[in-house]
Ligand binder design. Structure first.
Ligand SMILES: [Zn+2]
Length: 251
């Protein structure tokens, strides 16, 4: 179940199915930060025109909520380049041109920023390691989900049967309209069209993860569309807006 919780002024969601593991994760709403105007209020991106001091404060607040002192994030570019964080961090880092972050380090908060695109997490309960990725339609076409599973296998020796997957809030089938999809999507995506030009990208992701061998019972989807739910930012709804964060940390 995808549950709503609070920490001080922050509101976030988490999958209750993962609570038994030494792992904390949260999808933060836009509430509880200090950004103003169209970025109000918990914008986590330095790249959308917001006051950087406000973003630093907002990032401090999510670190407090998760009990972490360091964050690793990325300047996301809708590709599938990855960064492996394999040693403790002395400070927060933001990796250039990257959409997938893997780690086996405890206490490092991995942040993916969103405003319509999917974020997803893979967690290996046996090897105690994780991957967090940013999967917009370009990333899905590029095969970032499949890449993430293969990287977990290569970097950490993960077995697919030990993996959990979570697909966080993003454009739902209600709002994922892609006119001219035949130019954008390969034919393998077309069965996920649910009415003219509208696609169920959540089901597509589940399908892709199952095809890589993940246990369907361990693939979690939030079922929350960020464009319909105004507690999240949506680029399609607002154009000038902030980015909400999906964060995970190994304990
Ligand atoms: Zn929607």
């Amino acid at each position: 179940m995808f549950q709503r919780s609070c920490y001080q002024d922050l509101t976030y969601y988490e999958f209750s199915d993962l609570k038994e593991f030494p792992l904390r994760h949260a999808v933060f709403t836009r509430f509880g930060g200090v950004s103003k105007g169209p970025y109000s209020s918990l914008n986590l991106s330095f790249e959308v025109g917001d006051d950087p001091q406000a973003v630093y404060e907002n990032r401090y607040r999510i670190k407090q909520a998760l009990g972490v002192s360091r964050l690793v994030s990325a300047k996301q570019v809708h590709g599938k380049r990855y960064f492996l964080c394999s040693s403790p961090l002395k400070k927060d880092i933001e990796i250039e041109g990257c959409d997938l972050i893997l780690t086996d380090q405890q206490g490092v908060g991995v942040l993916i920023k969103q405003a319509d695109c999917q974020a997803f997490m893979l967690y290996d309960e046996r090897q105690h390691s994780l991957a967090l990725g940013h999967a917009g339609w370009r990333g899905l076409v590029a095969g970032i989900l499949e890449e993430a599973v293969e990287l977990m296998q290569r970097c950490f020796g993960s077995k697919v049967e030990d993996l959990w997957a979570a697909v966080f809030p993003s454009l739902g089938p209600c709002c994922a309209e892609f006119r001219g999809y035949k130019e954008l999507f390969p034919p393998s995506f077309w069965p996920f069209q649910i009415k003219p030009n509208y696609f169920d990208l959540w089901s597509l992701s589940v399908h892709k993860l199952r095809a890589k061998g993940l246990n369907p019972a361990r693939i979690l989807t939030s079922g929350l569309c960020n464009k319909c739910h105004r507690e999240f930012y949506s680029y399609r709804r607002e154009k000038v807006t902030g980015r909400f964060g999906s964060v995970a940390v190994l304990c």
